[in-house]
Design a protein around this ligand. Structure first.
Ligand code: TXA
Ligand code: MG
Length: 334
């Protein structure tokens, strides 16, 4: 957590329903300060999206590269329209069906959105989150909030206030604790600036669900050779725990034998009777349940000094793609 170029500041952690906590959060945001706030996906590190100075603090606190744009959070489609230069009917239909919820929509940016938010680009990602605390803060602020996940750059996203504190205490003035996040992995990012809607980052809103609304959709993975980096978050080295991560294949139980004492297992199955590994995390066998627990488990692994995380290969089938994407990224850092 300590790095030579930054002065430690006191971090207040407040329960979101503490009297006065929201007032204080809104006041800090109004002053251009940062507040970590729960959303339904992961905790976000929020700043006034219309203030370049406030947004600069986000990049500094996270150690985030300046070429990676931020998502702008809004409390309504109406607020979203003020952040974009064009609001096509496709955006209207997606917002109608999926907002508030885990879908970020990329559109041409309005002049009112500072360049630092979009990393100098001509487009902006907007999202209306489905969390009462974040919605209430947005409502009281009256301005949109630029908020990346509230983790240090390239580390695991936080799904509890404690995860945020572990990574960002001493760097930000306030964390609002709204309990564990319900969705558990980051929003789907869909780009509406091209001819066909393109999913840049998979999430729990699936391409099929988007196709049902728009009639047509593409996924970006096939087009990555095009040279331009449409979504820097799609660089392979994102979302990495500190431990080495191995995605085990079909015969994954064979690898258990080689696992040392600092090895953890993440599986949808209970440990076999003859297994003496202490750190066995059994996750739900449904995509929703697995996504909800995944980052909590990975953050726990980080906090308790895991050296190796062995992850049982996931079931194939609809619903697992976004989780597979995150696990593949976690493993590619190893
Ligand atoms: O669920 C979420 O999306 C969470 C919560 C806090 O809302 N936020 C989040 O933010 O995951 P972040 O900064 O960790 O990831 C944002 C992703 C990155 O992959 C970024 O490159 C992409 O969205 N992105 C942001 N603006 C973009 C734009 N204009 N064009 C393409 N990709 C964009
Ligand atoms: Mg992130």
């Amino acid at each position: 957590m300590s790095d030579p170029g930054h002065n430690p500041i006191d971090t207040k952690i407040a329960t979101a329903d503490d009297p006065g906590a929201l007032d204080q959060a809104v006041e800090l945001l109004g002053q251009g300060q940062l507040v970590a706030i729960p959303t339904e996906t992961v905790y976000g590190l929020a700043s006034n999206a219309l203030s370049p100075e406030a947004v600069a603090r986000v990049f500094k606190a996270k150690g985030r590269p300046a070429n990676n744009p931020l998502i702008v959070h809004v409390e309504s489609a109406e607020m979203a329209r003020r952040c974009v230069a064009a609001w096509p009917s496709a955006a209207d239909r997606l917002a109608e069906v999926f907002w508030p919820g885990p879908l970020s929509i990329v559109l041409p940016k309005a002049d009112s959105v500072p360049d630092i938010v979009t990393a100098g680009g001509e487009t902006v990602a907007v999202r209306c989150p489905a969390h009462p605390v974040m919605l209430e803060v947005l409502n009281r602020c009256g301005f949109p909030l630029a908020a990346p996940s509230a983790n240090l750059s390239n580390q695991v996203s936080p799904t509890r206030a404690g995860h945020v504190a572990e990574q960002l205490a001493d760097r930000i003035p306030m964390i609002l604790d709204g309990g564990p996040c319900d969705v558990g992995i980051e929003s789907t990012v869909v780009d509406l600036t091209g001819e066909i809607a393109t999913v840049l980052r998979p999430g729990m809103v699936s391409p099929e669900q988007i196709r049902d609304v728009l009639g047509e959709v593409r996924t970006a993975s096939g087009s990555r050779s095009s040279g331009t980096l449409k979504s820097p978050g799609q660089l392979p080295l994102h979302y990495s725990p500190k431990a080495r991560v191995i995605l085990a294949g079909e015969d994954w139980k064979k690898s258990l034998g080689q696992a040392g004492p600092k090895a953890y297992v993440i599986s949808t199955e209970p440990p076999p009777a003859d297994c003496d590994l202490e750190n066995w995390h059994q996750l739900p066998a449904s995509p929703d349940g697995y996504a909800r627990s995944l980052y909590d488990t990975l953050n726990q692994c980080d906090q308790t000094g895991a050296e190796l995380i062995l992850i049982q290969s996931l079931p194939t089938g609809a619903g697992w793609d976004a989780i597979r994407d995150r696990l593949t990224r976690a493993a590619s850092g190893s």
